[in-house]
Design a protein around this ligand. Structure first.
Ligand code: CA
Length: 235
């Protein structure tokens, strides 16, 4: 039997508590991935600039910058998956309410094995920073450019509003997953409580129209009656 060499995934662990960072690095190593560790946001930024990182594990409480701010700085130029680590349950609301664009979170103390399971799950559905969801036929039609806040569909740029961009980008990162209007609104709007559910429907409608300008047969944005919306996996 021949083994098939697959490039090892590189995980950037941004955590200032050495014991926790070591535990994570060890668990990541046993899963045949490579951990790069940084104790500050500054070190992490330097690693991100020079290495090809597949996923970031990011502690909220860092000595030089809050994990939230650092996440925003990463998101300004990269769609690399991010898992937050938090010591406080109160911070979970802020992570979930997000706007921040994190993919998952874990509350300390957590089991390193649970963390590596989540890392695996996220890496399975994302094919790396530039090209989200490369495993699904439907999402393979999309290319996300987080820096330019632009999404290309079948090679052509979609002229999207901020809300449309955020909703579509979320669905591309999680192909097949059904999102309720609340979830889409929480992700895309700064003040979700000031909006109405129907706003989501309106933006979905204009999004569909834009996709159909490029491909009149496009049906990848699907309605799940009573639940919400999702991006079809095998378009
Ligand atoms: Ca910390």
């Amino acid at each position: 039997m021949e083994s098939c060499p697959v490039p090892q995934k590189q995980i950037l662990v941004v955590e200032d508590e050495p014991a926790i960072a070591e535990n994570i690095a060890f668990a990541v190593g046993t899963e045949n991935m490579v951990a790069r560790c940084a104790g500050t946001a500054r070190e992490a930024a330097a690693i991100l600039a020079e290495a090809s990182i597949d996923l970031v594990v990011l502690d909220v409480g860092l000595p030089d910058e809050s994990g939230f701010d650092f996440c925003r700085r990463i998101r300004a130029h990269s769609g690399v998956p991010i898992i937050f680590l938090t010591a406080r349950k109160e911070e979970v609301d802020r992570i979930v309410g997000l706007e921040l664009g994190a993919d998952d979170y874990m509350v300390k103390p957590f089991s390193p094995r649970e963390l590596t399971a989540r890392i695996r799950a996220i890496l399975r559905r994302s094919n790396g920073p530039a090209h989200a969801g490369g495993n699904g036929g439907g999402t393979a039609l999309f290319e996300v450019d987080p820096a330019r806040k632009q999404i290309r569909y079948q090679g052509r740029a979609l002229g999207l509003s901020r809300y449309e961009f955020r909703m579509l980008e979320l669905m591309i990162r999680h192909p097949g997953q059904v999102f309720s209007r609340d979830q889409l609104m929480g992700h895309a709007w700064e003040e979700p409580e000031a909006s109405f559910d129907r706003t989501v429907d309106t933006h979905i409608k204009t999004l569909r129209a834009k996709l159909r300008e490029i491909d009149p047969a496009s049906d990848c944005l699907q309605t799940r009656r009573g639940w919400g919306y999702c991006l079809k996996v095998d378009a």
